[in-house]
Design a protein around this ligand. Structure first.
Ligand code: PHE
Length: 360
């Protein structure tokens, strides 16, 4: 190899060794092997070499080219490996770090509010019976809250002293804060083809305020629409639910004829308890706990469902009420006080999800 080629090789190797990243490496490559690179120029210049030296010179330039290409590739592999090492080091995860305590131990630990807890239990219990969960808005149209449910214009629930009305919109109609979860029956039937099986836990509003009534409270609605549904299904479903929810396998349950505009026939449901001690399940007294009935044919028709083909039942109950009974909570008002001592006493532990342990 002639001196100029040896020098060029040495210079290139030094330049490669000095490359710190792939961009610098590329600059060296282009400077040698690119269109106007030094090696390219040498190859192009071979034509001008006197014929008797050309073969030897050509072989030497080609050896140099191979050597430089190999050196560039070797450097590239080394740089890539170094880059990967640096990244692995930077993204290092110390899996031996002790975990943060969760949930926080001690008095900072939160608890699940009894209302939220009951909703979780309702979802688990009815979920096991094949029910989904539906929702609707708190501010309802008059038709959804009353009209579609066959509640006539003169019904007392429509009076201002029971219902919170919202100032009328452009159409002159006054929206209402829903007085029950039943409007979600209508919304579900309008949006979903039967068969339908849903529960609707949610907030409801009535202009009532004393020790046992709050202007905002919670209800859970239930709706089943299918072919051949009859009163037996309603009774079986609610008896199973009440016994599982209260955890009393022989809880007495009584169905009593009643009236709701949106069900026919309608029934109030009572459970057995002891009025004096508050104990559930025995004692010979009855406590009203929910309203229910077979969905009125007019309500089905209002939702475009043919009552000759589809039947169903519905029920509704107060969530505060069943929560107070289940846990022996004597007063309604603290539910909304956010008193941390009350919440800690009646709240459920964060890491104990509602299960079916109480037995469906
Ligand atoms: N919506 C009724 C109430 O608020 C309860 C109910 C629901 C009754 C469904 C029958 C069927 O009192």
């Amino acid at each position: 190899m002639t001196d100029d080629l040896a020098t060029l090789q040495a210079e290139t190797e030094a330049a490669l060794a000095a490359c710190a990243d792939p961009r610098a490496l590329d600059a060296v490559r282009v400077g040698m092997l690119g269109k106007s690179g030094q090696l390219t120029a040498l190859l192009k210049g071979l034509g001008a070499v006197p014929a008797e030296q050309r073969k030897e010179r050509g072989a030497a330039v080609n050896r140099l080219k191979l050597a430089i290409e190999t050196a560039i590739e070797t450097r590239r592999v080394a740089l890539d490996a170094a880059a990967l090492d640096a990244r692995l080091l930077a993204e290092r995860l110390d899996v031996s770090l002790p975990p943060r305590p969760f949930p926080p131990a001690g008095p900072e630990a939160g608890a699940i509010h009894p209302i939220a807890r009951t909703m979780e239990e309702l979802t688990a219990l009815f979920g096991a019976m094949g029910f989904g969960v539906a929702e609707g808005p708190d501010i309802e149209g008059d038709w959804f809250n009353f009209g579609a449910l066959n509640i006539p214009d003169h019904h007392p629930a429509r009076q201002d002293h029971d219902t919170f009305y919202v100032p009328a919109g452009a159409d002159g109609r006054r929206p209402v804060l829903r007085t029950h979860t039943s409007p979600v029956q209508i919304r579900t039937m309008l949006n979903q083809e039967p068969p339908i099986r849903v529960i609707v836990p949610g907030r409801t509003y009535r202009a009532d305020h004393d020790a046992t009534h709050s202007p905002m409270f919670h209800q859970v609605e239930g709706l089943v629409i299918d072919r051949g549904i009859h009163l037996g299904h309603l009774k079986g479903c609610l008896i199973d639910f009440l016994r599982a929810f209260f955890g009393i396998s022989d809880l007495p349950v009584r169905f009593r004829a009643s009236y709701f505009p949106f069900t026919e026939p309608s029934m109030e449901v009572d459970i057995g308890w002891n009025r004096k001690t508050g104990e559930l399940g025995r004692g010979g007294d009855w406590l009203e706990i929910l309203g229910s009935g077979m969905v009125h044919p007019k309500v089905l028709a209002n939702c475009g469902i043919d009552p000759r083909e589809w039947q169903g039942f519905a029920f509704g109950m107060g969530i505060e009420r069943i929560t107070m009974l289940k846990h022996g909570i004597p007063d309604l008002r603290p539910f909304y006080d956010s008193d941390i001592r009350w919440l800690r006493h009646y709240g459920a532990p964060v890491l104990s999800p509602a299960t079916l342990a109480e037995g469906v």
